[in-house]
Design a protein around this ligand. Structure first.
Ligand code: PXP
Length: 236
């Protein structure tokens, strides 16, 4: 059965829209744990557009399930990770202008930097996952560098419809099988929603699914009526 890593970045996005203290992603992490999350995932971006250094530090002290830090292959990030020591680091590509992570890490092109980062993180006792497109050369390289986990990028599957979506699912299934054949743990994420997640969760050997935007989007609406009722009661 697949496990669930809940990405709480967009709780922080809402807070940063006003540069205030609410909603606090630390509270969201606690509620996600109460809801059964197997992991809490945060992406500390170089531009700090949502998660802040303080969030990561408090989460390290409070999260009781696995804490998974997504970050770029940058010396500053590897240093922060080695100091804060999340249970896992997922290395992702990062471009400043992007709305969200667009595509997997090109670990073939960045082999040397990835190798250095993986050694440093593993020496600090941190499990390493690489966020990759479902492509054999990327997966082979991940295995040769000693990453323990590959998270397959599901964005192309999530964005496709009909026959194209089915083709993308077949591609993910093949890549997933290859990840396990080279001895790595299999994870997946990006763009997964309440409508498209089930076929991915059912892929053979699927481990962790990291899901953020869709859960945060639903939480806003599921909680909206109650939030309005509470304000109305206060002023009435
Ligand atoms: N996995 C990785 C590696 C990501 O970068 C992201 C987005 O931060 C996710 C999963 C979650 O994607 P989404 O917010 O679309 O569910």
């Amino acid at each position: 059965m697949a496990t669930l890593g809940v990405n709480i970045d967009h709780v922080a996005t809402l807070r940063q829209a006003r540069r205030t203290v609410e909603p606090d992603p630390v509270w969201a992490a606690a509620l996600a744990e109460l809801g059964g999350a197997d992991a809490i995932t945060v992406h500390l971006r170089e531009d700090r557009r949502h998660i802040q250094d303080r969030d990561l530090e408090v989460l390290r002290r409070t999260v009781q399930v696995k804490l998974n830090l997504e970050c770029a292959l940058a010396p500053e990030m590897v240093e922060i990770a080695c100091r804060v020591r999340p249970d896992q680091v997922t290395i992702v590509p990062e471009r400043r202008a992007e709305v969200t992570t667009e595509g997997g890490l090109d670990v073939v092109a960045h082999r040397r930097a990835a190798a250095d980062a993986i050694v440093r993180l593993r020496d600090a006792g941190i499990a390493v996952s690489l966020f990759l497109d479902p492509a054999a050369p990327q997966i082979e390289t991940a295995a040769s560098l000693g990453a323990g986990i590959v998270e397959l990028h599901t964005g192309c599957y999530a964005n496709a419809d009909g026959a194209e979506r089915q083709a993308r699912l077949v591609e993910l299934a093949g890549a997933g099988e290859f990840v396990r054949r080279v001895g790595l743990e299999l994870a997946a994420g990006h763009g997964l929603t309440y409508r498209n997640v089930v076929p991915v969760a059912r892929l053979d050997g699927m481990g962790e699914l990291n899901i953020g935007h869709s859960i945060v989007a639903r939480a806003v609406l599921v909680g909206f009526r109650e939030a309005v009722r509470e304000m109305k009661a206060l002023i009435g």
